[in-house]
Design a protein around this ligand. Structure first.
Ligand code: ADP
Ligand code: MG
Length: 245
């Protein structure tokens, strides 16, 4: 395990603690001293304009990027499900919907080069839950953006993760896909999953969440959606009154 993903070894109900994270792709940081405690079973929306560091933060929590400073501490290392921002994926290679979802179970596939019964059953079940069964054999690149979202959500949840990191799971999805996705997340959360998702959708997504964290390189606001999503905060987050901060 990477050194910046530390165990916390304490008996409280914190699922993860983001501690003093600073990171940049070049010499200029895109995240600066990010501190955030996430409790078990929380659902948190990360809200911020393009380029504010949402994807970067999720990648760091997922263990894909090593921060310059700071650490991610877990009470107990959770099983993580990660859904990347779908728009950022290049679909030149041929892969079917069910193959993409089965990737989420790579460590449960057994010794054989074909999927086990368990994998086939889990993949079918999750595709069914997401209304994608009829597309199982199709190439992923043939699907619409909203359908691809469902497939990537399926991959992120197929191994029943305790911590779900979802990068813009509803962006570009039509309202019915968005509502289906929110319904599934709600069910997973009721079953105990902790969820962090990034979003641009204030009315359709963020307003429905119990906790919203506004980020733009730093954390600018953190709290109940109804308190946080006020005009003055949004102006601050979207940079229009930067000079007043
Ligand atoms: P968001 O998800 O909020 O749109 P990102 O985390 O993707 O923000 O990006 C934060 C900043 O880091 C942006 O300025 C972006 O251009 C830059 N960035 C993101 N990914 C890379 C990368 N792979 N290489 C260089 N710069 C990157
Ligand atoms: Mg992003």
């Amino acid at each position: 395990m990477q050194w910046w993903l530390r165990f916390m070894c304490r008996g409280d109900d914190i699922a993860l603690r983001i501690k003093g994270i600073t990171y940049g792709y070049t010499s200029i940081p895109v995240l600066e001293n990010i501190n955030l405690d996430v409790k078990k079973g929380e659902v948190i929306g990360l809200l911020g304009p393009n380029g504010s560091g949402k994807s970067t933060l999720l990648r760091i929590v997922a263990g894909l990027i090593r921060p310059w400073f700071g650490s991610i501490e877990f009470g107990k290392r959770p099983v993580i499900g990660y859904m990347p921002q779908v728009e950022s994926i290049d679909w030149d290679f041929p892969i079917t919907v069910e193959e993409v979802v089965a990737l989420g179970l790579w460590n449960r596939s057994g010794m054989m080069p074909w999927p086990s019964k368990y994998v086939r059953e889990r993949v079918n079940m999750v595709l069914e839950d997401l209304g994608m069964s009829s597309n199982a054999k199709r190439q992923i690149r043939e699907l619409s953006g909203g359908e691809q979202k469902r497939v990537f959500l399926a991959r992120a949840i197929v191994h029943e993760p305790e911590l779900l990191l979802l990068d813009e799971p509803t962006t570009g999805a039509d309202p019915s896909t968005r509502d289906d996705i929110l319904k599934i997340l709600n069910k997973l959360n009721r079953d105990g999953a902790t969820i962090i998702l990034s979003t641009h959708d204030i009315v359709g997504v963020a307003m429905n969440l119990p906790r919203v964290v506004c980020i733009n390189k730093r954390i600018l606001a953190d709290g109940d959606a109804k308190d946080i999503l006020r005009g003055d905060n949004l102006l601050k987050v979207y940079g229009l009154i930067d000079s007043m901060m």
